[in-house]
Design a protein around this ligand. Structure first.
Ligand SMILES: [Zn+2]
Length: 522
């Protein structure tokens, strides 16, 4: 039976939860259904070739997002997955098809899933949709009710494309890692020539990389197809005038880590004109990094608060450094307007979060209204946190309602308000909940406990808090994940924050003793 699909029960959600559901928790449904073809109709020949099941199912998540929610949703989903792989150092050394592994479980990782999915997406861009999907169909037909390997997928793609693809499969399926590149630009005014220099700096052989460069002149892109084969390569293009933007990898499809040395003016133009979600996401990242020192960066960030795709609106609002006067001044009027017009729950939650940081009493009414009346639990949670900054006693009173059986977003907001604005009574609550919780249930209290450590002026609470963090730090199963180091850092930070308060010396001694005990434990 190739069409039986088992889903985890987490895909079954209440109406309340569905209001806040994002594609990240829906994508698993597409993933599991895609296994009816890649996994069941044709099954991976061995764990070594797990990619023909799992990379394909991973790829299908973006494919379904594209079909159901549009290109931005697909790009955002794929971009998030790619960043997860690129952020994992230990996965750089693993081939996608691996013949040596300790247990089969080792194959279920960021390489087989997220990197593999990005590789499939890259192949799709390279071959074009007609050829690529014909290749997938041929692979399924040729191997139906049997087993498949990556080589069979290659042969199917070669048959339909008429291209040799050994170079692609050798470097991406039977090789490890990814290109790490820097990109630099130069305009030769005398020769009227733009050049782009891409430099691969990773260890080992340079990757062969076909991609498109878009040169924007008079508002329109001139496309240039190139293939990079050397470690350092310069591409040139004669143009009538200096381009407003040079957009390398215009399809935003390459699996690489890059340092793009383009000026902020070009990123601002890219944000406005270039077509892809990733174009705008990269421009926003560049602007967020310069928001406190550069007025044009601030204005890009502020315009991204109204981006057409909500996840960029969230990234802009969450990335605002509201403790900077210039940023606060530029963003406040837009945030206040968005607080009444934004409909997407996660974006509205992020707007309320940023507004709350202004600590301006006049926003209390607006925040209270969302807490009471918004159908989204995520928005209500954000409103409660914001209220904590605006009117702490009121927030503490309202948070009390969520002490028992609150839905997750409100329970978390309650803990956050307690940790940031609570006193002795709220410490006692967190302490007792932590003590009563079992196993991983304790984790949700660690953040609030770290926060209270430095804030309360109460040596008894400080000592109770440190004792519990110390106990956690000495559990071997948590030490294996490096939690002991995190706990030491939190305890030291808590003692540091106590400096200047009446019981600083006593608390410092408590912290020192705990750190010593953690370090001495084997
Ligand atoms: Zn799967």
């Amino acid at each position: 039976n190739t069409t039986a699909t088992l889903h985890g029960e987490q895909v079954q959600m209440t109406d309340k939860e569905l209001v806040d559901r994002e594609y990240s928790s829906e994508s698993v449904i597409a993933h599991e259904l895609f296994h009816q073809w890649f996994g069941d109709y044709v099954t991976a020949e061995s764990w070594s070739n797990l990619t023909v099941n799992e990379s394909m199912a991973d790829f299908s998540e973006g494919l379904y997002a594209e079909y159901k929610y549009g290109q931005d949703a697909a790009d955002a989903h794929n971009y998030r997955y790619l960043q997860r792989y690129l952020g994992s150092k230990r996965d750089v050394t693993k081939n996608l098809v691996r013949f040596h592994y300790d247990t089969q479980e080792d194959m279920f990782d960021l390489v087989t899933y997220q990197k593999g999915g990005a590789i499939v997406q890259m192949l799709r861009t390279y071959l074009g949709d007609d050829v690529f999907f014909a290749g997938l169909q041929k692979y399924l037909q040729d191997n139906k009710f049997g087993n498949g390997e990556a080589h069979q997928m290659r042969l199917a793609m070669e048959a339909v494309s008429g291209k040799d693809l050994n170079w692609f499969y050798n470097q991406w399926y039977y090789g490890a890692g990814h290109p790490v590149v820097s990109i630099d630009y130069a305009w030769d005014a005398a020769a009227k020539k733009q050049s782009v220099t891409v430099k691969q700096t990773q260890d080992g052989h340079p990757f062969e990389l076909p991609f498109t460069i878009d040169y924007y002149v008079n508002g329109k892109p001139v496309h240039q197809q190139v293939t990079m084969t050397e470690a350092t390569q310069t591409f040139t293009m004669p143009l009538a005038t200096k381009p407003m933007l040079v957009n390398v990898d215009a399809d935003k499809t390459l699996l690489w880590k890059k340092t793009d040395n383009k000026p902020l003016t070009e990123f601002a133009y890219q944000y406005k004109v270039a077509p892809r979600f990733v174009d705008r996401a990269e421009a926003l990242e560049a602007a967020l990094a310069k928001q406190t020192t550069d007025a044009s960066a601030r204005s890009l960030v502020v315009s991204a608060l109204s981006d057409k795709y909500y996840q960029l609106r969230v990234a802009a609002a969450e990335g605002l450094k509201m403790d900077n006067k210039d940023v606060a001044k530029a963003a406040a009027p837009v945030l206040r307007k968005l607080a009444t017009t934004e409909k997407e729950p996660h974006a509205l939650a992020a707007v309320l979060g940023a507004l709350g940081q202004l600590k301006d009493k006049k926003d209390e009414k607006l925040v209270t209204k969302e807490l009471a009346g918004n159908p989204s639990l995520t928005v209500q949670g954000a409103a409660l946190r914001a209220l904590g900054n605006l009117n702490a006693p009121e927030a503490l009173t309202r948070a009390k309602a969520y002490e028992v059986d609150a839905p997750a977003p409100l329970g978390a907001a309650m803990l956050s308000v307690y940790a940031r604005q609570g006193g002795a009574a709220q410490w006692a609550f967190i302490r007792d909940r932590f003590d009563a919780a079992q196993g991983q249930g304790k984790f949700r209290y660690l953040g609030p406990m770290n926060q209270m450590l430095g804030r309360l002026d109460d040596p008894k609470a400080f000592s109770e808090d440190v004792t519990r963090l110390q106990q956690m730090a000495m559990l071997p199963q948590l030490k294996a994940y490096g939690y002991d180091k995190l706990a030491i850092a939190a305890i030291q930070k808590g003692a540091e924050a106590q400096k200047g308060k009446p019981n600083a010396a006593q608390n410092q001694a408590t912290a020192d003793a705990a750190v010593q005990a953690i370090q001495a434990a084997k």
